[in-house]
Design a binder for this molecule. Structure first.
Ligand SMILES: *Cc1c(COP(=O)(O)O)cnc(C)c1O
Length: 220
């Protein structure tokens, strides 16, 4: 099996190449290493090669793993990329530096309350249901402008838009649509692209790619 350092170098090469192709600065793209399900022993080798930005999708799992890692590597930046239940909002605000899954009014209210209570304003991406899929989380496209206003009115910093395109079909049109939606609403951040499609996402303007399998290998 390839080492974590080798896999990270490969992903970094691909991101750098796609930035050149799209005439973008490499600095415009943040690589989030998605470490969900992987134990600290798998994470430390990436920390040792200098990776500092990580993503988790469950609050409870992250609470078990990251406080200790943060003591050893204080400059870690932790992103919550998965669905968030309102009753976990305060825990999420305490632990995470960025939240990518703000998608509904009830969660907005819970996050605003948690941020007021803790005095910590956590930048959030608004997750958009970009493929209009019934079973998926995310704010409906037509409600995005109004939701952005509501988030701002609650004094939550809006970082940009996030999406998970429908599985099994070409993601590029959905990335392009999210980019347009962000532009139309004056937002600069675009969280899109995973192991299978982060290169496409970088070409289409992603500012944050969320890559797990390509860095850590398959999840069991
Ligand atoms: C797991 C996950 C990823 C990473 O997926 P890979 O295909 O392993 O790169 C990205 N985004 C979200 C929201 C995820 O849950």
């Amino acid at each position: 099996m390839e080492s974590a350092a080798t896999r990270l170098a490969g992903v970094e090469d691909n991101i750098a190449r796609m930035c050149r192709v799209a005439r973008r600065d490499r600095d415009e793209v943040t690589l989030i290493a998605v470490s969900k399900t992987h134990p600290p022993e798998a994470i430390v080798p990436l920390l040792e090669t200098g990776q500092r930005v990580f993503g988790e999708n469950r609050v409870q799992e992250a609470q078990g793993k990251w406080p200790a890692l943060r003591e050893a590597y204080p400059d870690i930046e932790l992103h919550l990329i998965g669905q968030l239940q309102s009753n976990k909002a305060e825990d999420a605000v305490e632990l995470f530096d960025v939240i990518h899954s703000l998608d509904r009014l009830s969660l907005l209210k819970a996050l605003a309350k948690a941020m007021d209570k803790t005095g910590k304003r956590v930048p959030c991406f608004i997750q958009v249901n970009i493929g209009d899929e019934e079973q998926k989380g995310g704010c409906p496209i037509r409600e995005v402008p109004h939701f952005i206003t509501e988030v701002r009115d609650a004094d939550i910093p809006v970082e940009g838009l996030m999406c998970l395109p429908p599985a099994g079909i070409e993601p590029a049109p959905f990335f392009a649509l999210l980019h347009k939606l962000a532009e139309d609403n004056g937002l600069g951040g675009l969280s899109m692209g995973m192991s299978g499609d982060y290169e496409t996402a970088v070409q289409l303007g992603a500012t944050h790619v969320r890559v797990g399998t390509a860095l850590f290998g398959p999840r069991s």
